[in-house]
Design a protein around this ligand. Structure first.
Ligand code: FES
Ligand code: FES
Length: 150
């Protein structure tokens, strides 16, 4: 089926199969490899993207469900020259080690801060509860989101 959606502010048209997942379209077809696939089963949060402003797991989203949606991936949040405040805060607080979880963490945090610009530490823990990190021990990630929210 033919679908149309907005990707990082750009109109996209794609012919997708019924069983194709959003993460496949994003990474393999459109080449936006900032979005990561970890588990592929909704457990790790690495594949999170913003769909109509809310964080959504692209491994559990069918490509067909993107039809008519506004999608923002980590590449659309900021650039190396003009990073999103969350991206700057993650870098400044050493909240990135291997970096595999980082795009999903930043996307989940962007969703949280859009709804709650001044979250408590517990709000941040709750907002990022669907995102796993095997490297950082989480405290620097919490520091970064706290800083970006101020
Ligand atoms: S790859 Fe989607 S939740 Fe892990
Ligand atoms: S920085 Fe390595 S998984 Fe989080």
């Amino acid at each position: 089926m033919i679908i149309h959606f907005s990707l990082n502010g750009r109109d996209v048209e794609r012919d997708v199969r019924g069983d194709e997942r959003a993460v496949d379209i994003i990474r393999e077809d459109l080449g936006l490899t900032g979005t990561k696939e970890g588990c592929g089963t909704g457990e790790c949060g690495a594949c999170a993207v913003l769909m109509n402003g809310r964080a959504r797991l692209s491994c559990l989203t069918l490509a067909a469900q993107l039809d008519g949606a506004a999608l923002t991936t980590i590449e659309g949040l900021g650039t190396p020259d003009r990073p999103h405040p969350l991206q700057r805060a993650f870098a400044e607080h050493g909240a990135v080690q291997c970096g595999f979880c980082t795009p999903g963490m930043v996307v989940a945090a962007a969703d949280l801060l859009a709804r709650n610009p001044d979250p408590s530490r517990d709000d941040i823990r709750e907002g990022l509860s669907g995102n796993l990190c095997r490297c950082t021990g989480y405290s620097r990630i919490l520091d970064a989101v706290e800083k970006a929210g101020r």
